[in-house]
Write a protein that binds this ligand. Structure first.
Ligand code: PLP
Length: 375
C-alpha cells in the first residue's frame, strides 16, 4: 500500500488499535441484538451500558444523558430539528454563520417550515462573541446553537459564556463539539450546555457512530421514529461494535489528552517556524485554535491547486472542510471572517493528529516550499 503523510485529521482519524481489537468480538461472535430478552443478548446489552458509562464519565455527564447516533450529522440534525419540532409556538433558533453544514442545513430545513432562525456573525478570528449573542437574543428564542470549535479554522468558542446568556433568556443551548471531543477537555456541567454533539471518527473511533448528550429534563422530540431503543428516543438496532469502539477511543484520548495535545502543539509550532524560515508568506486564520488545526492562506495562490500538488507528493491536506473539499467557492467560514478573496482562494487546512511525526512536518513544509517557491 502507498504510504501517505496523513495531515487531514479534522476530516477523519485513524482508528485506535485498542478500539479496533475491542470491536472484533461484537462483529464476529457476540452478534446478538441488544434489545432481545434472551441470554445471548445479555452480553451486548451489558457492553452498551458499560460504553455509555465510560463516555458519560469522559464528558462529566450521567449515562442516561448519552444517546447513541450515527455520528455528528445526525446528532446536529436531532438537536436542531428535535427542539424545533417539540415547540408548537415556533420560537426562534439562533446559530452562527460559521457552523458546520449539519447545523446550518438543519436550521434552513426548519426555517422552510416556519421556524425563524438568526445567524450570528463572527469576528475576524472566527469568534462568536457573547455580546453579539446578547444583541440578537430575546425571550422569543428557544434554542441557541454554537459550535465548540470550528472545523475549518479551529477557533475555540467561549461556550460557557454563550450558554449563560442563552439561559438568562430561558433558551436552551446546544453545541456541536464534533471537532473538540477527545481533543480538548469537555465538561458538560462546567460548560452548562443542554445538548452536545460528538462523532467517534474525529477522535480515533470508528466512522458511522456518535452521540448526542441531552441534559436530563430537556425537551427534544425523537428524531428517528421506530423501535424503543435509547429509552424510546432514538430508534434503530444498536451498533454494539461501534459503540464499544467509540468508548475505548474516547477513554484513551481523554486519558492521554494533556500529553497528546502538548506533542501536537510542538509539531504545530515546528510547522509554522519552518514555513517562516523557508521564507513563505502566509496568514494563519483563527485564534485560540484546536491543537494541530492549522488554516493557512497564501496570497494569490489556489487552495485546490495546493491540495492536488500535495496529493501528488503523497500528502493529504484539505482546502477547507472535508464537506466542501471539491468546491471552488470560498467557504462560508472564510467569508464570515471577511478574509480578503486573494487570501481566501489560497487557503489550506493542515490538521495534525497523534500519529504525525517531526519528519512528516519537515516533508510537509519542504513540499509547500517546492510548490509555492519553485527554483
Ligand atoms: N460538525 C462538525 C464541526 C464537523 O467537523 C463534522 C464533520 O466534519 C460534522 C459535524 C459531521 O460529523 P459526521 O462526519 O460524524 O457526520
Amino acid at each position: 500500500m502507498k504510504q501517505y503523510i496523513y495531515a487531514d485529521n479534522a476530516a477523519t482519524t485513524q482508528l485506535d488499535p485498542q478500539a479496533f481489537e475491542a470491536m472484533i468480538p461484537w462483529l464476529r461472535d457476540e452478534y446478538g441484538n441488544a434489545s432481545q430478552p434472551y441470554s445471548f443478548s445479555r452480553k451486548p446489552k451489558k457492553a452498551i451500558a458499560e460504553a455509555r458509562a465510560v463516555i458519560a464519565e469522559c464528558i462529566n455527564a450521567d449515562p442516561e444523558e448519552i444517546y447513541f447516533t450515527s455520528g455528528g450529522t445526525e446528532s446536529d440534525n436531532w438537536a436542531i430539528k428535535g427542539s424545533a419540532f417539540s415547540d408548537s409556538g415556533h420560537h426562534a433558533t439562533i446559530t452562527s454563520q460559521i457552523e458546520h453544514h449539519a447545523v446550518l442545513h438543519s436550521c434552513e430545513a426548519t426555517e422552510r417550515i416556519g421556524y425563524p432562525v438568526a445567524y450570528l456573525p463572527a469576528d475576524e478570528e472566527g469568534r462568536i462573541l457573547p455580546e453579539t449573542l446578547d444583541r440578537y437574543i430575546s425571550d422569543r428564542t428557544r434554542l441557541v446553537s454554537v459550535m465548540t470549535a470550528n472545523n475549518e479554522i479551529g477557533t475555540i468558542q467561549d461556550i460557557a459564556g454563550l450558554a449563560d446568556i442563552a439561559h438568562a433568556h430561558g433558551a436552551m443551548f446546544h453545541t456541536d463539539a464534533v471537532q473538540a471531543v477527545g481533543h480538548i477537555p469537555i465538561d458538560v456541567k462546567a460548560l452548562d450546555v443542554d445538548m452536545l454533539s460528538a462523532s467517534a471518527h474525529k477522535f480515533n473511533g470508528p466512522r458511522g457512530i456518535g452521540f448526542l448528550y441531552i441534559r436530563k429534563g430537556i425537551k427534544v422530540c425523537p428524531f428517528m421514529d421506530g423501535g424503543g431503543q435509547e429509552n424510546k428516543n432514538r430508534a434503530g438496532t444498536e451498533n454494539t461494535a461501534a459503540i464499544v469502539g467509540m468508548s475505548i477511543a474516547l477513554m484513551n484520548n481523554t486519558q492521554n489528552m494533556r500529553n497528546t495535545s502538548d506533542s501536537i502543539r510542538s509539531l504545530e509550532n515546528l510547522l509554522i517556524t519552518k514555513l517562516i524560515e523557508e521564507g513563505l508568506v502566509f496568514r494563519r486564520n483563527g485564534a485560540n485554535t484546536l491543537p494541530g488545526l492549522i488554516s493557512l492562506s497564501f496570497q494569490n495562490s489556489n487552495g485546490e491547486m495546493l491540495l492536488h500538488r500535495m496529493d501528488l507528493k503523497g500528502i493529504c491536506i484539505s482546502t477547507g472542510s472535508a464537506c466542501n473539499g471539491s468546491s471552488d467557492e470560498i467557504s462560508h467560514v472564510l467569508q464570515a471572517i471577511h478574509l480578503p478573496d486573494e487570501y481566501a482562494k489560497g487557503t489550506i487546512r493542515i490538521s495534525l493528529g497523534k500519529h504525525n511525526t517531526e519528519s512528516e512536518i519537515l516533508k510537509i513544509t519542504e513540499s509547500l516550499k517546492q510548490i509555492l517557491m519553485p527554483k
